[in-house]
Design a binder for this molecule. Structure first.
Ligand SMILES: Cc1cc2nc3c(=O)[nH]c(=O)nc-3n(C[C@H](O)[C@H](O)[C@H](O)COP(=O)(O)OP(=O)(O)OC[C@H]3O[C@@H](n4cnc5c(N)ncnc54)[C@H](O)[C@@H]3O)c2cc1C
Length: 408
């Protein structure tokens, strides 16, 4: 509905009483779902609790180029918005992916990639959804779902809005997924805690994205440096609490990396922090079910993420596209909502599942720095690239298993 000013405290719009589809969350998954559902003619309401879509960001912005994504997710129908990314949403491009073992040995392979300005990219995607006809309600939190009614509250006021299908694209702590009883994130090994700083005044390799391993800096995960162009970068750590030293916080690990890592710290001398970013990365894989009644979940809400590297932008968008298209078909009587489950798993299910398996094998090795260094020495760059993509070449599987067995 067109914006109306009902009350000076309620600023912008009054929603309709009901929609075909309500999408909760205007991140990459939700905006993509809304875009594709609206394109197919469904009436769509896209809601986000943020007052400014994309802000604050919770991401490093690393996104392999379209051709790489086609190889990374060979079964996926990639959304067009992964191909046509406006240059205003891209900080810089990188060419190399470099891994640094705990013993500081580097290994690298080519991965042409863009580093996104996620705030701009998220807003761009939301604008695309709005352009396709979706209504957008920002500054509005979805508090609860009961049957076909979503209760929302925010800058526009409080409303109970009906929908035939509800898409939960509300991130790793998804209310929609919890309401439908679809996720149980009580397992701390299934979620990584990530903290990153945006820095100005760094002296880094701008061509490369670097990932550093080692228990002292990133237990159960890795530390990273991602160039944002010029002398700016985002550096961060993704760790898992059960593998951390007692009394050492995520920030302590990031500070160790920034100030003490023998190879990384010299690059940050004199750097200044321009932003602090944190969030949860659901690395435990997808739950057994992602559809219940009239609710489907996608993106981080559904664990649609490559566990080995924590990259979730492309998989969230693929999941969102499938959710939006399926929901629109359900509304026009062409299929059942349960189709969503088969469709998204056929496109990206294998990569997500394998990446979780690889991550579990790596978890064993990550408990020992010498073992991790040995493994990284034995794996050649091509195999490493495969692992990074969540694949597991047979020789590597054998080797990782025997190293793990050696650890007892
Ligand atoms: C620190 C960090 C760094 C990362 N770096 C990378 C990277 O470099 N590359 C990469 O590919 N991935 C990265 N990821 C992962 C990536 O950010 C996510 O996988 C991706 O954002 C998932 O998209 P999404 O749309 O599912 O969820 P989100 O992007 O989390 O979007 C969910 C949206 O839902 C909204 N929302 C939540 N609850 C409600 C509610 N109740 N009502 C209304 N709105 C709600 C939120 O405001 C948010 O806008 C990183 C993650 C973190 C935490």
């Amino acid at each position: 509905m067109y914006p109306t000013i009902k009350d000076k405290r309620q600023i912008i719009m009054t929603p309709e009483e009901s929609y075909d589809i309500i999408v909760i969350g205007a991140g990459p998954a939700g905006s993509t779902a809304a875009l594709y559902a609206a394109d197919l003619g469904a009436s769509v309401l896209l809601i986000d609790k943020k007052k400014d879509i994309g802000t604050p960001i919770q991401c490093g912005g690393f996104l392999p180029c379209y051709e790489e994504l086609e190889e990374l997710l060979p079964g996926a129908q990639l959304p067009s918005t992964l191909e046509d990314i406006p240059s205003s949403c891209i900080y810089t491009s990188t060419r190399i992916h470099r891994f640094i073992a705990p013993n500081l040995d580097p290994k690298e392979f080519e991965v042409p990639a863009n580093v996104l300005d996620r705030s701009r990219f998220d807003k761009h995607l939301a604008r695309k959804a709005a352009g396709a006809g979706a209504e957008l309600m920002i500054g509005t939190r979805a508090d609860s779902i009961e049957g076909d009614v979503v209760s929302v509250r925010g800058v526009h006021g409080e409303f109970n809005i009906k929908a035939k299908v509800i898409i939960g694209a509300d991130g790793p702590t998804s209310m929609a997924a919890k309401t439908a009883g679809l996720i149980d994130r009580s397992d701390d090994m299934g979620k990584a805690v990530a903290l990153e700083y945006e820095l100005a005044g760094v002296d880094i390799d701008r061509e490369a994205v670097e990932m550093f391993f080692g228990r002292d800096y990133a237990p159960g995960g890795y530390a990273w440096i991602i160039s944002q162009g010029g002398d700016t970068a985002n550096i961060g750590v993704g760790i898992r609490q059960p593998l951390c030293e007692k009394g050492v916080s995520t920030q302590d690990y990031l500070h160790r990396f920034m100030y003490e890592h023998p190879r990384a710290a010299p690059m940050f001398k004199g750097a200044r922090i321009t932003a602090i970013i944190s969030g949860i990365v659901p690395v435990g894989g997808a739950p057994p079910e992602t559809v219940k009644g009239n609710i489907v979940i996608c993106g981080d809400a559904a664990g649609q993420l490559i566990a080995t590297n924590g990259g979730g932008i492309p998989t969230a968008m693929v999941g969102g596209k499938v959710a939006g298209e399926t929901a629109a078909e359900v509304v026009s009587g062409k299929c059942k909502l349960s189709e969503y489950e088969n469709r998204w798993r056929a496109q990206i299910g294998l990569e997500i599942k394998t990446s979780v398996y690889v991550k579990k094998l790596m978890d064993g090795l990550m408990r020992s720095d010498p073992m991790m260094s040995t493994a990284m020495k034995m794996i050649n760059p091509e195999q490493m690239k495969a692992l990074q993509r969540g694949r597991l070449p047979d020789p590597v599987k054998k080797m990782l298993k025997s190293l793990n067995a050696g650890l007892g």
